[in-house]
Ligand binder design. Structure first.
Ligand code: AQP
Length: 330
C-alpha cells in the first residue's frame, strides 16, 4: 500500500521556540517511518514581516540544521526550501482567485498579526492562508501536522480544495489536520494566556531552542504560576502550572496524573526546577548536533538540493493539471 503523504513547515523568521518544537517538529520525527514526508522552510511566508535579508537567508539554513538535529533523517524526509519550488507561488495566485475576501477576513492570525505589525499590514499577511493552501494541496498531502494555531488555516485549505474539486472535478486531496493532543498550544511562560511565540517582546516568555541551559533555568524559575502551590492540571484556573505540566509531560514522557503524583507534596520552586532540567536534558543532544551541522554548509545545501528536486517533481504535476483545468495554455 502506498504511504500517506505529509506536508508541513516552519517560517524562517527568528529563532525557533519550544512551542515550534513541541507543537510541530518533535511530532514529525515520529512520522518519518510511516509516511511520505515533505517538510519545507517556509521562507516565502516569512516575507509577510520585514526581515534583514542576510539574517533571513541564514535562518533558513539554521532551520534545516535544526530539523535534522531534532531527528528528521534527510534520507527519509524531503526537506526543501519553499521559494525554490516556484509552483507554490504560481498555485497561490490561481487559488487567490478561488478564495473570498470574507473568508480571509475571518482568519484570527491575520487579525493578531495586523495588531502586532500595525505599521505593515501588507496584502501578503492577508493572503498568507492561500499560500499555505497551495503549499499543502500541491503535494496532495493527506495529513498536515501543525500546532493548534494553524487549525483555522487548514480548514480554509480544505474549503478551497473542495471548491476547486467541485468546479473542475477531482484535482486535490482534501488534507486532514494532525494536531497533537497535549502540546498543540504551548503557552508563554510570562503570559500563559497567549501562545509562546518567536516574536514575543518579553524574552522571558519564550524558551528558544538555542537558549543556554542557564538561560532556560532562569526563564523557568521566573515562569508565572499562581498562589495555590498545588501542581494540578487545570488550564482554565491554573494556566501557568498547566502549561508547565504540558511541557514537562512532553519532554519527560509523563502523563498529567503521574506529574500530579510526583509533586503532590512538593512546592512550585521544586516543580519549576524539575521542568527546567528536563527541558535542558531534552535539548542538549539536539543543540550539540545542531551546532555541528551548522558548520557544515555543504551538507545543508545537499539536503535541500535533493529535497527541492523531489518536491518540484510532485508539485509540477499538480500545477500542470490545475493550469490545464482553469484554461491556461501549457
Ligand atoms: N506555542 C506553540 N505551541 C504549539 N505549536 C506551535 N507552533 C508555533 N507556536 C506554537 C507551531 O509551529 C509550527 C511552525 O510555526 P511557524 O513558524 O509557521 O509560525 P507561527 O505559528 O507564526 O509561530 P510563531 O512562533 O508564533 O511565530 P510568530 O511569532 O512570527 O508569529 C506550526 O505548525 C505552528 O502551529
Amino acid at each position: 500500500m502506498e504511504k500517506k503523504r505529509i506536508l508541513s513547515g516552519v517560517q524562517s523568521t527568528g529563532n525557533l521556540t519550544l512551542g515550534n518544537f513541541l507543537g510541530a517538529i518533535n511530532n514529525w520525527v515520529n512520522m518519518q517511518e510511516e509516511y511520505d514526508c515533505y517538510y519545507m522552510i517556509a521562507d516565502l511566508h516569512s516575507l509577510t514581516v520585514r526581515n534583514d535579508p542576510e539574517t533571513l537567508r541564514e535562518n533558513a539554513k539554521k532551520i534545516i540544521a535544526l530539523y535534522v538535529a531534532a531527528g528528521l533523517d534527510p534520507e527519509k524526509n524531503n526537506i526543501f526550501v519553499q521559494s525554490h519550488v516556484s509552483a507554490h507561488s504560481e498555485l497561490s495566485w490561481i487559488l487567490n482567485c478561488y478564495t473570498y475576501m470574507g473568508e480571509l477576513s475571518r482568519m484570527t492570525q491575520f487579525k493578531d498579526k495586523s495588531a502586532k505589525h500595525a505599521d505593515n499590514i501588507n496584502s501578503g499577511l492577508f493572503t498568507y492562508p492561500v499560500l499555505m493552501a497551495a503549499d499543502i494541496i500541491l503535494y496532495q498531502a493527506d495529513l498536515v501536522p501543525v500546532g493548534e494555531d494553524q487549525r483555522q488555516h487548514l480548514e480554509l485549505t480544505r474549503d478551497i480544495a473542495d471548491r476547486f474539486n467541485k468546479i473542475y472535478g477531482d484535482t486535490f486531496t482534501i488534507p486532514e489536520a494532525y494536531i497533537p493532543k497535549t502540546t498543540a498550544r504551548i503557552m508563554g511562560l510570562q503570559n500563559p494566556e497567549a501562545k509562546m511565540s518567536k516574536s514575543a517582546t518579553n524574552l522571558n516568555d519564550v524558551i528558544f531552542l538555542n537558549d543556554t541551559p542557564d538561560t532556560i533555568i532562569k526563564k523557568f524559575k521566573k515562569a508565572v504560576t499562581d498562589s495555590d502551590n498545588l501542581v494540578k492540571f487545570d488550564p482554565e484556573n491554573k494556566p501557568g502550572v498547566s502549561n508547565l505540566m504540558q511541557i514537562y509531560g512532553a519532554v519527560a514522557n509523563k502523563s498529567n496524573e503521574e506529574i500530579e503524583k510526583e509533586f503532590a507534596s512538593r512546592g512550585y520552586g521544586d516543580f519549576k526546577m524539575t521542568v527546567a532540567e528536563a527541558v535542558v536534558e531534552k535539548l542538549k543532544p539536539i543543540q550539540a548536533k545542531y551546532n555541528e551541522l551548522l558548520s557544515n554548509e555543504d551538507y545543508i545545501r545537499k539536503i535541500y538540493t535533493k529535497g527541492d528536486e523531489n518536491a518540484r517533481k510532485i508539485a509540477n504535476v499538480t500545477l500542470k493539471d490545475v493550469k490545464e483545468k482553469v484554461g491556461l495554455i501549457i
